[in-house]
Design a protein around this ligand. Structure first.
Ligand SMILES: [Zn+2]
Length: 141
């Protein structure tokens, strides 16, 4: 997780509502320095629910990448699932986005690490043979 979550049932709809978690640029820079690819995989059901458009989501992600870049932190790619629950192969914990990233970037899943805050992240990591670290509010738990 990269930003402060919206309250349950609400969605971040614009860059002005987006707030980085503390130290996130440091985390990203650490993995950059270790030569890891830093790839974000995110469920964004708000798009399917009409809370925000794909364009707005893309803009938020572009701003996120630019802002981190200004702190010397490089995000290599972002994959987002804009779908409703149970209608696609990409909404976490389904493996679609991980498989896409693997295919596009030649990721070796066995030497990769997933960092996430939810049970669906943990489930996805297990299903894909990824090591998993759980975080909450920007800290390991
Ligand atoms: Zn999807």
């Amino acid at each position: 997780m990269i930003n402060v979550k919206a309250p349950e049932g609400e969605y971040i709809r614009s860059w002005s509502e987006f707030q980085f978690l503390p130290n996130i640029a440091d985390w990203v820079r650490l993995f950059n320095a270790l030569d890891f690819l830093v790839i974000v995989v995110t469920n964004q059901r708000g798009v399917a629910l009409g809370k925000l458009t794909e364009e707005q989501l893309g803009e938020i992600h572009a701003n996120m990448i630019r802002e981190l870049g200004s702190m010397s932190a490089r995000i290599d790619d972002v994959f987002a699932c804009p779908h409703h629950t149970d209608v696609c192969e990409c909404r976490k914990p389904k493996p679609g986005m991980v498989l896409k990233a693997q295919d596009k970037w030649g990721v070796d899943l066995g030497r990769s690490l997933m960092i996430g805050d939810s049970d669906s992240d943990a489930e996805l990591a297990t299903a894909c043979g990824l090591r998993f670290l759980r975080v909450r509010d920007g800290r390991l738990v």
